[in-house]
Design a protein around this ligand. Sequence first.
Ligand code: M6R
Length: 618
Amino acid sequence: MCGIIGYIGKQKALPILLDGIKSLEYRGYDSAGVAVLDNKNGESRIYCVKSPGRISVLEEKISNQENDIGGFLGIAHTRWATHGVPNEANAHPHFDCGQKFFLVHNGIIENYKELKNSLIKNGHKFSSETDTEVITHILEDERKKNPKTPLEELTLKALKNISGTYGLAVISVEEPKKLVVVRNFSPLLVGIGDGEYIVASDASAVLKHTRQIVFLHDGEIAILTPEKHKIFNLRSESVTRKPEKIEWTEEIAKKGDFPHFTLKEIFEQPEAIENSLRGRLLPEEGLVKLGGLELVQDKLREAERIIIAACGSAYLAGRVGEYMFEEYAGIPTEVDFASELRYRKPIFRKNDVLLVVSQSGETADTLAALHEAKQKNILSIGIVNVVGSSIARETDAGVYQHIGPEIGVASTKAFTSDLSILALLSVFLGRQREMSLTMGRRIVEELEKIPHLVGQILKNKDQIFKVAKKYKSYNNFLYLGRKYNMPIAFEGALKLKEISYIHAEGYGAGEMKHGPIAMINKDFPSVVIAPSDSVYEKIISNIEEIKARRGPIIAIATEGNKEIKQIVEEVIYIPKTLEMLTPILSVIPLQLFAYYIGVLRGFDVDCPRNLAKSVTVE
Ligand code: M6R
């Protein structure tokens, strides 16, 4: 949530900062701002421009400025509002009364109210309603007490009384060749260029300049000058960390010929799944190879229960994982919203394993659930996409998704990759237990075909577009599925809600009679996932029940099923596969359906209102 970027080096900072926050815009997009330190006639001055709305609005405002903003040091921010409405005053960067300290922040300052009250009593004037601004005024107070202290030490002094989470980048007119960044439970990395440094909330913003990246850890502060960088931990000990080379290229983070990232990412799924599976399938042996789990494989063999914790779509993938693990690996599995697990008193037993699933690897609640498990000393493993992210670093072991950056706020390729990796894990865990060679081979062979089958469904985009066009004006939808496809009903509804703002409810089809059926009438369509699987007859009965109440039905069915055509309004076919793998296929038409309705209704599908990609606040 919120994207921050900072630059120090030999190039003009402004274009780099603006370009950088554009690639972070998916993290928050209700307002934006930039501050650049320039030295004119021997005097340092910080030029700050902010504006509500998207970054394009900020750019326009900057181009209308009389001053040429030309310095080599600066910070910028794209905001997802937590405290205070999205307006110019609340946009970052924030500054103190004397306009000496400017900073951008991602996170939440929990004790800001009491700090603000006491600062106001001491004569400070606030220009925003944000929690962030208190830090600038505390810096100002600290400066009065410590006239000679360097910016980094002043920042640490200021943060002493602050509780909460922060990724912070600070500049000051007093030290025109220094950028100070601090991380505390909010992602931050330093890109190391040739005579320049770019700090950012995530790697996509720095890839154009460098692929050498140092990921800061919680409690670390980095001091950057054009020539060098230094990192210290909370105990003021110097930290030496080798930069990691990020393999993502700048192109992966671009839309290419697609009108939206969301569509690009939907169409990337065959390749993304293939990347998640690459080198991991051993069809002959009916095994999978997961290098990231090798060190903990003995402990996994001992596992008596798996607890999956995640949020949003990742949680729904986990719900599919529960069915897979129990049926194929024979391990009791529970799935919990990470936001619940962290606050209830979960009972962990010695041989429990926590599996956290997170594309970004930075979701605050998922990270907190992980911390809970670590405190209880149980083994934690992760399915994560972003290399070097907090969850990737803090889990005991894990499996990377290798799908490149997912920019569209609505998760698509990360979801199908999660499902594919959960299937890999069921074979991995199952073969450590009772799963036969034949079954292992069967799943592995079917998994190998999945990317191709996803590609086949995508070829049917025109039919899905037509269905979307026909149904775009309905205001409510019910999504139904059973067994492996029940979580997919929830995921389909989630996609429609977030991209097209249409009210949609996901439900287990068997539960329909216990309430939701009351809503069904001719104006209330249902999307029913009805592949030819072990619960097909049951779901056909549910379809009949809807029909009897004149509810229009869009069915997702297995190719070759002619019967269903006779009883529903629309059928979208998916190819046949193993029952446990059908969710990877059945979700594809639901993603496209939601995407097309969102576009037809004229919405910004990549950046839906009120949302942000990476939910780094709880
Ligand atoms: O980065 P994560 O996988 O931890 O993100 C979890 C959710 O925030 C995410 O899946 C969210 O629900 C998506 N917007 C759904 O499309």
